[in-house]
Write a protein that binds this ligand. Structure first.
Ligand code: 5AD
Ligand code: SF4
Length: 456
């Protein structure tokens, strides 16, 4: 081996947006590390800064431009001492804005959309040579086949719970959403690829895998038995993997919620009783305008079947308030859905007009102050429900997966089956252990617990 005399270059990646971006950032870091880069958590010392961006709501691009403005100053300071810095924009803003970014932000050296990450090391290389690459083509199958496999050390560094993208893109075309344009058409990764990646994770100490997809329950592929599998079958396939203790998946669309997925919750203990199922709005009129292809009653029926399959199922969701045409009565129906479902947690947003989506051209746009007031009401209710859900856990015994050390000496932080953060003091155990605890206290965003005996 030829010994390198120079210091390895350092890369800093900042991630915005969803869990898929977190996964993508990890894969890019792995690829760059294998190409000789070292990771750093300190932007100041980075030779390469990548901003992995999100375009889901307004002002995303503006935020990126102002962040680049700040980094440019660092870049200029480094240039004075002859240490060049390369700045790259990746993710959904890169896809949506493309070459425009180079025009507006001269400090940017490369632009790479989500389907080009398997070539990230080469794109960075070209940028370092002074070329200003803008790569935004869609070639999704290539990406997953060609991205380098993470080493054990790389997987281990990220802890015992991992994301694994199984599906990307979307063909649903909800009228508010940019994803079909930024991530492209719906594509499922092959069973082999998924199982290999999961096995690599488990061999490196991962105990919990969350399968990711913009439409994760639309995932399909040819299974190990030669038959067409859906997500339910895939979960079955993964459940038998020794050492893989817990499975989750996100985000699901109501239209693709099939029987086999519901049954998987009945049949698999390792499949956590937690479903993130956005409804977005509680009025059929608005759901139609959103092009959701389901009604409120379809949604409620799925929740009912899920709870019948797994009575302790916790439900989470996403909501948009103030979609064009939403009246006070329509909004009241959203509150009605929330009251009926009783969410364990949820995300809620003001409708944000996205140029290029059908929603942007609709009449009856809702005034900003109305959106703000509706969001406040909805979030008050959702927060109340989250506190209530956590409070009902007090006195309950459950298994938690220890993930990391807490802030205080002797403290450990774990995750409940329902995705709550659980703090335990003075207990023996290490990240990766599943321990049995009793919940003693509940805060809005975490639970406290002590060791408990398992009932036999
Ligand atoms: N405005 C507000 N929220 C949006 N989301 C997606 N597009 C928009 C938009 N234009 C929300 C949806 C989705 C979540 C990821 O982001 O609730 O489920
Ligand atoms: Fe943002 Fe959506 Fe892209 Fe994720 S997929 S990064 S949430 S725009």
């Amino acid at each position: 081996m030829v010994e390198k005399l120079e210091e390895p270059k350092k890369v800093f990646v900042k991630t915005y947006g969803c869990q898929m971006n977190v996964y993508d950032s990890n894969r890019m870091e792995d690829a760059l590390e294998q190409d000789g880069y070292e990771r750093t958590a300190n932007m100041e010392e980075a030779d390469l800064v990548l901003l992995n961006t999100c375009h889901i709501r307004e002002k995303a691009a503006e935020k990126v431009y102002s962040e680049v403005g700040r980094i440019r100053k660092l870049k200029e300071r480094r240039a004075d001492t002859n240490r060049p810095m390369t700045i790259g924009i990746t993710g959904c803003v890169a896809q949506a804005e493309g070459a425009e970014i180079m025009k507006r932000a001269k400090a940017v050296d490369l632009v790479a959309g989500p389907q080009t990450y398997h070539r990230i090391a080469d794109i960075v290389n070209r940028a370092e040579q002074g070329e200003k690459p803008v790569e935004t083509e869609f070639e999704i199958e290539e990406k997953f086949a060609k991205l380098p496999v993470a080493t054990h050390k790389q997987v281990q560094a990220r802890g015992v719970a991992s994301f694994l993208t199984v599906q990307e893109g979307c063909d649903k075309f909800c009228t508010f959403c940019v994803v079909p344009y930024t991530r492209g058409a719906e594509v499922s990764r092959s069973v082999n690829q998924i199982i290999d990646e999961a096995r690599g994770m488990v061999d490196a100490g991962v105990r919990e895998v969350t399968l990711l997809g913009q439409n994760v329950n639309a995932w399909h592929g040819v299974g190990e038995d030669g038959r067409e599998w859906g997500l339910g079958e895939l979960l079955h396939g993964l459940a038998s993997m020794e050492g893989l203790e817990r499975l989750r998946y996100t985000t699901s669309h109501p239209v693709d919620m099939d029987e086999s997925l519901i049954n998987a919750h009945r049949e698999l203990d390792c499949l956590m009783p937690y479903l993130h199922l956005p409804i977005q709005a509680g009025s059929d009129k608005i759901l139609k305008a959103m092009n959701r292809h389901h009604t409120v009653s379809d949604y409620m029926h799925i929740i009912e079947r899920m709870r019948e399959a797994r009575p302790d199922m916790a439900i989470s969701g996403d909501f948009i308030v103030g979609f064009p045409g939403e009246t006070d009565e329509d909004f009241e129906e959203t509150l009605k859905v929330v009251r009926a479902v009783k969410y364990a947690s949820a995300f809620s947003f003001k409708y944000s007009t996205r140029p290029g989506t059908p929603g942007a051209d609709m009449e009856n746009q809702v005034p900003e102050e109305v959106k703000s007031e509706r969001l406040r009401q909805l979030q008050d209710l959702l927060n109340e429900q989250q506190v209530e859900f956590n409070r009902t856990c007090i006195g309950r015994k459950m298994d938690i997966l220890l993930e990391k050390k807490g802030r205080r000496e002797g403290q450990l932080i774990g995750r409940s089956p329902w995705l709550q953060s659980v703090i335990v003091d003075d207990m023996l155990g290490k990240p990766g252990d599943i321990i049995h605890v009793e919940i003693t206290d509940a805060a809005p965003n975490s639970l406290n617990a002590v060791a408990a005996q398992k009932e036999t």
